[in-house]
Ligand binder design. Sequence first.
Ligand SMILES: Nc1ncnc2c1ncn2[C@@H]1O[C@H](COP(=O)(O)OP(=O)(O)O)[C@@H](O)[C@H]1O
Ligand SMILES: [Mg+2]
Length: 263
Amino acid sequence: MPTILETQGLSRSFHGFHAVSNVNLSVQEGSIHALIGPNGAGKTTCFNLLTRFIDATAGRIQFQGQDITRTPADAVARLGLVRSFQISAVFGQLSVFENVRLAVQRRRGHSMDWWRSDKALAVYDERTHELLAEASLSEWARHLAGELPYGRKRALELATTLALEPRVLLLDEPMAGMGAEDIAQAAALIRQAARGRTVLMVEHNLSVVADLCDRITVLARGEVLAEGDYATVSKDPRVVEAYLGHGHAGQRKHHTVAEPSHG
Ligand SMILES: Nc1ncnc2c1ncn2[C@@H]1O[C@H](COP(=O)(O)OP(=O)(O)O)[C@@H](O)[C@H]1O
Ligand SMILES: [Mg+2]
C-alpha cells in the first residue's frame, strides 16, 4: 500500500518543552492507523501539526506526495486531510438532515447558497442521504440535532465531517465519554467511514484499537516508542512500561482501558 501521509523528524516545542520530538510517521493509504500513548504523550499536538493548526518547530509533513509543512490549515483540509470537528459544527435548532446538507453545501456549493430555497438546495439532497445512511442516521433525519442522544450526536458530527470528502480522516479520541453500547456503534461507524478512506485515530480504548486498527504508533513523551500491529506493539516491554509507569488503570478516567492487560 502506498504511503498517503508521512512525517519526517516532526517536532514541536513549547517554550523549550519538547511536546513532539522527531516523529517519523508513515500512514498507508486505506489503512486505519492508531496513535496511542499515555496522557501528555503529544498525540493531540501531532494532530494539530498534521492539520496545520500549529507550526512545526522542525521536520516535514507530506500528504499525497505533496509537502504541506507550511500549507495553511484551510488549504490542507481542502486537500482532503480533515479532522473530525474541525470545520463541522452541529446546529441544535436544525434537523439532522439540514445539518448534513449544510455541510455538503459548504463543501460543494457557492458562498451565497445559504439563502437559496429548499428547491434549489435539492441538488445536495442525494449526497446528504448517502452520508446519513453511512452514519446510520437515516431514521434520525427529521429529528432536531439538539435532541439527539450523545452517541447519535457524535455520529452526526462524523457525517458532517465526511461531507468534506476527506481522503484522510483524523479522529482524536472518538469514543471519549461513551458507554459500551455507543462504543460498539462508533466502532462500526468508523469501520464504515474507513471504506475508501484512510483513518488516523487517537484512541485510549485498546480493545477498540486492537479490533479496528491495522497499524499502531505508540508515542511517549513526544517520541515514537514503538510501531507495528497490535500483537507486536502490545508485547513490547517499553510500551507496557510506558503505560504502567503512568499510574494504574482505573485511577484516571482516560486510563481505565488503556492498560494492555489482556495482551
Ligand atoms: N499550546 C501549548 N502550550 C504549551 N504546552 C502545550 C501546548 N499544547 C500541548 N502542550 C503540552 O504538550 C504535551 C503534549 O500534549 P498533548 O499533545 O495534548 O498530549 P496528548 O494528546 O497525548 O494527551 C503536554 O505536556 C501538554 O501540556
Ligand atoms: Mg490529546
